[in-house]
Design a binder for this molecule. Structure first.
Ligand code: GLC
Length: 742
């Protein structure tokens, strides 16, 4: 009787075995080759053919298109000695070709399903086009809106960012890394504390306490690692004297040690080579030694590993086992992605998948949820029966800026501007007038007259102002946070012309960061924060302005009154002299200490009531769950979303603690008059912090519970007590507050 043929899956040995088998067949040169990544564009591929044929390239970034990817993959797989496939990477930050709202906007949805959906669509499109690795999610906590990269992350709060980090990793990778053709490897970046740059100036020095490092900046990365993120990117910045890309403490001790990270670390763009500029490496060889010793497994475009690592190992300066560990990690990701079985992309699939109807519809659903209504004095929503609507401002018809920074393979021609969205919404029955009014950045006021004429001739005015796509993202720090150019004057001029005729005005602010709009916010009656919302921006704004979607977003970052208040964030410390009207307290003599709009702020076209708070048990043992429940009622006339927020304050502890910390949230949809019971199941481990000896402890004591519609708009208060302190020993685990809605 013939042997039962083994199933194909049984022929596949466990990944670990395949990695070891391959590793022992590799030369030192081939091993180092896997640790090298180069940026290449279609026209430049031939420059790398000789390296590809020798198996000396591990990865390319920036090469897009199924055919282009297959061209280089074929050389690596079919021409080199061992045929190890390349890992093709790209910055798929908020969409591949179907561009979604920038991540800061997606954080404004306070809905992890929004982030997960956007990442799933991005992964499906990128993977179809041969990209199997994205350099996302960007998880840098940002408390300083001068820093342009605040646009790329999930805001100022570690809990909100940790929830979104988990969702992003699962969206890109699936439940776990696998050969799934619709999934790609994710990359948590920029590890670590890159957002803490002094002065908000990109690439600048970061010098913070280990406590702040661990409790604020590291938290979202820990969540991504617990979610199974395949890779982590080491950052550019000097971190307390040791650059993040040469930092054995953060990479080997914490990331790979305490958290047990099994994936690989890729440097940011030449950040290993830049150790020379930082002044801690005298030359490329020293930079390569520092990088690989600290745990950076792959050198992004620096070429220092290729040029120096083989010799450093041969001379015994770098133990070969460090190279082996790096290569194991890299090969493991390639095996898990199924690249050895299927290294090629299918051009036909790419044509079907990219920018398909389903994806474009998803982009609209996501964009609508990201819009934040920060002010509304009875003006919005506008009626769809309006006959003459003026759309005015430099961003009103700016197709490129709708896509925001890091638009990947996105094409501005695909984006719907606000002007286009309003015209589509109102159709031919209405007359939609348009005036640009001014440029985004120039001092030219010559367009004001036209703008005033158009406004005066309308029944309602939609002003669209803010930052162009290139004013946020990398290397786009700003020393001033006002509306750029003469836009503030345009707003005032148009508003006065309209108000004089009792014409309602809404200001739509599109930006990659909080802006200091204190002055226009004093008189403009309605303001929408629309960030940069992606290909369906105009449709989403039109849906909200004309009431087809009731905005439910909340701010994931504090909006300051003036740049002089920065850094300003909600989870600050009490100090010994908290700000008050008393003279000798912590405040300014020339500006209020409070923000313009607080973290978690966002209004609705309806209203919500919070009632019947119950906290049980009121006395808990560490390691248990505190159930915090309350009733949420829609007391208005239209269906709407509310993001109920749970804040906790550790009233007295062994070290100073924030005045409040977000420890749970839930976006809930309620019909008019509908009420639901919300239950936050708060694990006490979420209250852990680093004590005086830097042990991770849940401390005994009293805790104040605050339920709010924002970090300032607290509706319900309660308390509970933890009976005794307990050390948190499992440093790999992350905790979230599970929420039930009845
Ligand atoms: C850039 C960015 C990083 C990006 C990488 C590849 O310099 O810092 O976020 O992923 O290089 O483009």
């Amino acid at each position: 009787m013939t042997e039962a043929r083994p199933l194909y899956k049984d022929l596949i040995k466990p990944v670990e075995e395949r990695v070891e088998d391959l590793l022992k067949r590799m030369t030192l040169e081939e091993k180092v080759g896997q640790m090298c990544q180069y940026s290449v564009h279609p026209g430049a591929v031939k420059e790398f053919t000789h390296l590809l044929e020798k198996g000396l390239v591990g990865s390319f970034l920036n090469l897009l298109g199924a055919e282009n990817v297959n061209e280089v993959q074929r050389i690596a797989v079919e021409k080199s000695r061992l045929g190890i496939p390349l890992l093709m990477g790209f910055d798929v930050i908020h969409g591949y070709k179907t561009i979604f709202p920038i991540p800061l906007a997606m954080a404004s949805s306070w809905d992890p399903e929004v982030v997960k959906k956007a990442c799933e669509v991005a992964a499906r499109e990128a993977s179809a086009d041969g990209v199997k690795w994205t350099f996302a999610p960007m998880l840098d906590i940002a408390r300083d809106p001068r820093w342009g990269r605040i646009a790329e992350g999930f805001g100022e709060d570690p809990y909100l960012a940790s929830v979104m980090a988990w969702a992003a990793v699962k969206g890109f990778q699936g439940e776990e890394l696998s050969p799934n053709p619709d999934k790609i490897a994710a990359c948590a970046k920029h590890y670590v504390a890159y957002g803490g740059a002094e002065g908000g100036r990109d690439y600048n020095t970061v010098d913070i306490s280990e406590r702040t490092l661990r409790e604020i900046y590291m938290q979202p990365f820990k969540s991504a690692v617990a979610a199974g993120v395949a890779t982590v990117m080491s950052a550019f910045n000097d971190l307390c004297g040791i650059p993040a890309s040469a930092n054995e403490f953060t990479i080997r001790k914490v990331l790979k040690g305490e958290w047990g990270f099994q994936g690989f670390v890729v440097s940011d763009w030449n950040s290993v080579g830049e150790l020379i500029v930082h002044g801690i490496a005298r030359d490329g060889a020293e930079a390569a030694r520092l990088g690989v010793t600290s745990g950076v497994d792959m050198d992004m475009v620096g070429d220092v590993y290729r040029r120096y690592l083989v010799e450093l190992v041969r001379k015994g300066v770098v133990p070969e086992k460090l190279v082996d560990d790096a290569v194991r990690r890299i090969l493991t990701v390639k095996f898990k992605l199924g690249l050895f079985e299927n290294p090629y992309a299918d051009p036909e699939k790419a044509k079907k998948v990219i920018k398909c109807r389903e994806h474009l519809d998803a982009a609209l659903e996501v964009a609508r949820k990201c819009i934040v209504l920060v002010k509304n004095e009875g003006v919005l929503p506008f009626k769809k029966s309006l006959k003459r609507v003026a759309v005015i401002g430099p961003l009103a018809d700016d197709k490129e800026s709708m896509l925001g920074c890091w638009r990947g393979f996105g094409d501005p021609a695909d984006s719907v501007t606000v002007l286009e969205g309003v015209r589509k919404k109102l159709g031919s029955e209405a007359k939609v007038l348009y005036a640009k009014g001014c440029d985004v950045k120039s001092q030219d006021r010559s367009g004001f007259e036209e703008a005033v004429r158009v406004a005066a001739d309308a029944d309602a005015v939609i002003l669209v102002v803010g930052e162009s796509w290139d004013m946020s993202g990398e290397a786009a720090s700003r020393a001033y946070l006002d509306l750029p150019g003469v836009q503030e004057e345009l707003v005032k001029t148009v508003y006065e012309a309209a108000a004089g005729r009792k014409i309602p005005v809404v200001m739509v602010v599109m930006s990659g960061r909080p802006l200091t709009i204190k002055r226009p916010a004093e008189y403009v009656p309605a303001i929408l924060v629309a960030w940069h919302l992606g290909v369906r921006a105009g449709d989403a704004v039109a849906d909200v302005v004309f009431g087809d979607f009731n905005p439910g977003g909340k701010l994931p970052v504090t909006w300051p009154k003036t740049v002089g208040q920065v850094p300003i964030y909600y989870n600050h410390k009490m100090t010994g002299r908290p700000p008050s009207s008393e003279r000798f307290t912590s405040k300014y003599i020339d500006e209020d200490w409070r923000p313009l709009f607080p973290f978690g702020h966002g209004l609705s076209y309806t209203s919500f009531e919070y009632s019947d708070l119950n906290v049980k048990p009121e006395v808990v043992e560490p390691g248990s769950v505190v159930q915090i429940s309350f009733t949420l009622t829609n007391t208005g006339g239209v269906e709407g979303d509310e993001v109920a927020q749970l804040y906790v304050r550790d009233v007295s502890a062994s070290v100073t603690r924030p005045v409040k910390e977000l420890k749970g949230f839930k976006r809930v949809t309620l019909k008019p008059g509908e009420k639901k019971r919300i239950v936050f199941n708060l694990p006490t481990e979420l209250l852990a912090f680093y004590d005086r000896e830097m042990n991770y402890f849940v401390e005994a004591g009293d805790y104040e519970v605050m339920i709010g519609s924002s970090s300032e708009d607290i509706r319900l208060k309660g308390r509970f007590t933890i009976t005794r302190s307990e050390k948190v020993t499992d440093l790999r685990k992350v905790w979230f507050t599970e929420t039930q809605v009845y």
